[in-house]
Design a binder for this molecule. Structure first.
Ligand SMILES: [Zn+2]
Ligand SMILES: [Zn+2]
Length: 327
């Protein structure tokens, strides 16, 4: 008999009207509920004023996107008070740790070859090691591929925005795999929506581009627990942050397909169950060691090391597991 498991879906990396987003907590949580999310993490730029709690049935946890002006944005979670940005990113990482928090390098490899004016914001020195990495950021991925060279390309980029989404940057995955290879513990990863729901009135008609509810149906972090989340906010927050800190989240682009996979290990075997056949890749320390087109895969583990899973549906990136450490 299969054991009972409970999935909790969440979105990380959200901006409200306290920084450069347009929504307040009520409208954002209504959008989250509409997108079937159980929890969200608000990460305003250099702002820590949002009131946490349960709103419209959604658990709202606050973090901060510590945002120096030119580069090195850092998603800080589990911190207690505002951390001011500064150019020395190691000091930012240390300050987060000093507050018993943990952090993720945000959109570390934005493209230098953009066909638009949005300036890439990267992680400038990869020898400075964050606690974790945001391996895929919806808004960065879109902006890397947004072509504003003429009005038709602009219209296409907005209307068919999800067609521009390419998946995690190969450089980011390589860096993540290297950090995992050199570390005894799991270097956790998240996917971020970087939702703003920007209000935009350049072309006479005021537009709200990429409303929260649309973003929330894309890159999703799924936490799988063996028991139900407790009812009270503080216990929910603790369980969710603990799971993210330990890399116990599966990352899914629900725009490709919203079904949640089952990925777990049992008796020296990695087990992957999907709702449909797709290309499954097993990656060991950065190298793809097995590829199979299937909806179920039982992969025997040869070595005690780290493995991770990627799944592609019709050549589009769909599911990424965190690193699975086999002891
Ligand atoms: Zn950022
Ligand atoms: Zn952001």
């Amino acid at each position: 008999m299969e054991k009972q498991l409970y999935n909790y879906l969440g979105a990380i990396h959200i901006h409200t009207n306290l920084s450069d987003g347009s929504g307040d907590i009520d409208s954002i949580t209504k959008a989250a509920k509409n997108a079937e999310l159980d929890w969200i993490i608000i990460t305003d730029h250099n702002n820590f004023d949002i009131q946490e709690g349960i709103y419209n049935g959604v658990c709202v946890i606050k973090g901060e996107e510590i945002s120096p002006s030119k580069s090195d944005h850092y998603i800080a979670l589990g911190i207690k008070k505002l951390i001011e940005p500064q150019d020395d990113v190691q000091k930012i990482i240390d300050e987060v740790k000093a507050q018993d928090g943990f952090g993720f390098a945000a959109h570390p490899d934005e493209s230098d070859n953009r066909k638009n004016k949005a300036h890439p914001i990267k992680w400038t020195d990869k020898s400075i090691i964050p606690d974790g990495i945001e391996i895929w950021n919806w808004f960065s991925d879109w902006a890397d591929n947004y072509d504003e060279s003429n009005i038709f390309k602009i219209a296409y980029s907005y209307i068919f925005r999800n067609k521009l989404i390419q998946g995690p940057h190969p450089k980011t995955l390589k860096w993540w795999d290297e950090l995992n290879k050199n570390s005894e513990h799991v270097i956790p990863a998240i996917v971020g929506v970087d939702a703003h729901a920007l209000k935009f009135s350049k072309y006479i008609i005021p537009l709200k581009i990429f409303p929260y509810k649309d973003c929330f149906k894309t890159l999703t972090n799924v936490i799988t627990l063996e028991s139900k989340l407790p009812k009270d906010f503080q216990s929910q927050k603790r369980a969710i942050l603990e799971a993210i800190k330990n890399g116990n989240n599966i990352m899914i682009n629900r725009h490709i397909k919203k079904d949640i996979p089952l990925i777990y290990t049992e008796d020296k075997t990695i087990i992957i169950k999907l709702s449909t056949k797709a290309q499954i890749r097993i990656i060991q320390n950065g190298t793809t060691i097995h590829t199979e087109f299937n909806n179920c895969l039982k992969f025997p583990i040869q070595e005690k090391t780290k493995y991770r899973i990627e799944v592609y549906l019709k050549d589009r990136p769909w599911i990424f597991s965190n690193s699975i450490l086999i002891k």
